[in-house]
Design a protein around this ligand. Structure first.
Ligand SMILES: Cc1ncc(COP(=O)(O)O)c(C=O)c1O
Length: 405
């Protein structure tokens, strides 16, 4: 083994330096609580960035995964994988869509969705298909998905970007109509129902309905990235269901495996036959361990009433935060739905990550000035009050001390 460069003084010198990490190493968790190597306990309002749907070490998920590991972790897509069919059928039942492809992460699901859009265009004789994407969107960090992302910080240094995207602002139907009028090569509209990394920015229900109508009129695919906002987080299985619409393509990941890496592209009838044998594939995607994690996650969510819990606990949390912070100078806006909550402040607030951890709370800060909360869907009322009782004074003190930039 080579010695690390002595000039590098990082706690993990052999690991590429791609994350701004806090100096905390977690060892284990239970429900909405995690512990570090020093034995300190934290209330987890981050949930592994919307991944730990069932919290940590769920007493029903753990034995199911142990059972699956002992049977088979991976086999390959040379063979039929019955658990894939089981999970795909359940996702279709919950979404009203027609079929699913399995991969391993959010960016992979989105990459596959973009391939579907392009192939859909080519099948219709459009040789340079265009996809409408959004300002402040986040779709991942592969070359294609960072090109679809609407954040110059994510793109900088990785040019040339992939072509074939037209960018519009969120919640502005006129902007899309203008693109429709001037661009005959558009094949799809691609957006998050609630932008996560962009700062918890919801697409309005009437906007989503307008998009659905426009896509039907034009023959475009409506592709809704539910990687962060889907899987029960907002109180429905999928966030778009609040608007009473169905997408044609829906990438999923994060919470679907409750911590086991997984991604899915769920397709409606318009998109389900676009890809055929040889058009797409992945070695790990759909392996029995990930599929079992998905099947068990959805089963436990339903049996334990976690959608209703997400809605109720989200309302409680938003209420507590408003009660403690509304009207405080420097608090700009509260946004979100269910257990996907953002508090926009009037200044960059990244320092709150360490301060919250010092106070025993895990949170996220996104888009520089938005405190973001994404706790597990199993969270209880006492834990919700616990989050607010730590966060409210932290934010108040922070805003009292720092001058607005
Ligand atoms: C909406 C959305 N899409 C895609 C991704 C990328 O997912 P992954 O990090 O699993 O590649 C994310 C990750 O934060 C996301 O929030």
């Amino acid at each position: 083994m080579n010695a690390p460069d002595p000039a590098i003084h990082r706690p993990m010198p052999h690991v590429l330096n791609t994350y701004g990490r806090l100096p905390i190493a977690l060892t284990h968790g239970r429900g909405c609580w995690v512990w570090d190597t020093q034995g300190r306990r934290y209330l987890d309002a981050l949930g592994g960035i919307a991944v730990n749907t069932l919290g940590h070490a769920h007493p029903r998920l753990v034995p199911a995964l142990q059972d699956q590991v002992a049977r088979m972790i991976h086999c390959s897509n040379y063979y039929e994988v019955p658990l894939q069919e089981q999970l795909a059928a359940r996702l279709c039942e919950l979404s009203g869509l027609a079929g699913a492809f399995f991969c391993n992460s959010g960016l992979e699901a989105n990459e596959g969705a973009l391939k579907i859009a392009r192939k859909y265009g080519h099948d219709r004789g459009i040789s340079r298909p265009q996809v409408i994407v959004y300002e402040k969107a986040f779709h991942g960090r592969s070359i294609a998905t960072l090109s679809a992302t609407g954040n110059p910080k994510v793109q900088k240094g990785f040019e040339p970007l992939v072509e074939g995207f037209v960018r519009v602002p969120l919640n502005d139907l006129d902007a899309i109509r203008e693109v429709a009028r001037t661009n005959p090569d558009v094949v799809a509209v691609f957006l998050e129902v609630i932008q996560g990394e962009g700062g918890i920015n919801p697409a309005r229900a009437d906007y989503l309905r307008g998009l659905r109508a426009l896509c039907d009129e034009r023959g475009w695919l409506l592709m809704l990235d539910e990687v962060q906002c889907g899987l029960g987080r907002t109180g429905k299985w999928f966030a778009h269901q609040w608007a009473g619409i169905r997408p044609d393509v829906m990438p999923l990941a994060k919470g679907l495996g409750s911590g086991v890496p997984i991604g899915a592209i769920v397709c409606g009838l318009k998109a389900v036959d676009v890809l055929g044998p040889g058009n797409h594939g992945t070695t790990f995607g759909g392996n029995p361990l990930a599929m079992r994690a998905g099947v068990e996650t959805l089963r436990i969510m339903e049996e334990e009433g976690l959608l209703a819990n997400a809605a109720a606990m989200g309302e409680l949390l938003m209420g507590e935060l408003r009660r403690g912070l509304q009207g405080v100078a420097g608090v700009v806006e509260f946004r979100g739905q269910g257990l996907m909550i953002g508090i926009e402040l009037d200044r960059p607030c990244g320092v709150l990550l360490q301060r919250a951890a010092d106070a025993g709370l895990m949170i996220s800060v996104t888009a520089d000035r938005v405190v973001r909360l994404l706790p597990a869907l199993v969270i209880g009322a006492d834990e919700v009050r616990g989050i607010a009782s730590i966060l409210v004074p932290l934010v108040r003190d922070f805003l009292a001390e720092a001058p607005a930039s």
